[in-house]
Design a protein around this ligand. Structure first.
Ligand SMILES: [Fe+2]
Length: 138
């Protein structure tokens, strides 16, 4: 039995797509970071693809956006629990960076917690005002 993350003999991973480089780690780490960057680049366009009041579309898009947020949180949680403690132990000189990453992950978690009810309200209503605040200029 295999899982999504383990290549079978003879399988070849897709190349890491171009774009910003968040880390110089393994290709798998760079790939998942690119997935997140790509996903969040797509998010505004996805949200705008739901016309005001189109709850069928906002329901779909909202679920997609919620799933992206969940996967990001799980990714960070996994790093926080399974990677950074070991890195701190094996490479004490990296402790400052570990602390910085843990703090950044906590900030992202706070933002995900803050956006969740706003996204859920928009998902249910397709009301452009459901965001309740000014939109950044794009
Ligand atoms: Fe990561």
């Amino acid at each position: 039995m295999s899982d999504f993350f383990t290549m079978e003999p003879g399988e070849v991973a897709a190349p890491v797509p171009g774009g910003p480089v968040l880390c110089t780690g393994t290709a798998a780490m760079r790939r998942i970071h690119r997935v997140f960057l790509w996903s969040y680049d797509e998010a505004p366009g996805l949200a705008r693809s739901a016309a005001a009041g189109d709850t069928e579309r906002s329901g779909y898009v909202g679920e997609v956006l919620a799933n992206i947020d969940k996967v990001l949180h799980v990714h960070h949680e996994g790093e926080d629990l399974l990677m950074y403690p070991q890195l701190r132990e094996r490479a004490p000189a990296c402790a400052l960076h570990v602390d910085e990453m843990l703090a950044q992950h906590a900030e992202v978690k706070a933002m995900l917690d803050e956006i969740a009810p706003i996204r859920d309200r928009w998902t249910a209503t397709a009301d452009p005002a459901a965001g309740g605040g000014a939109r950044p200029a794009l």
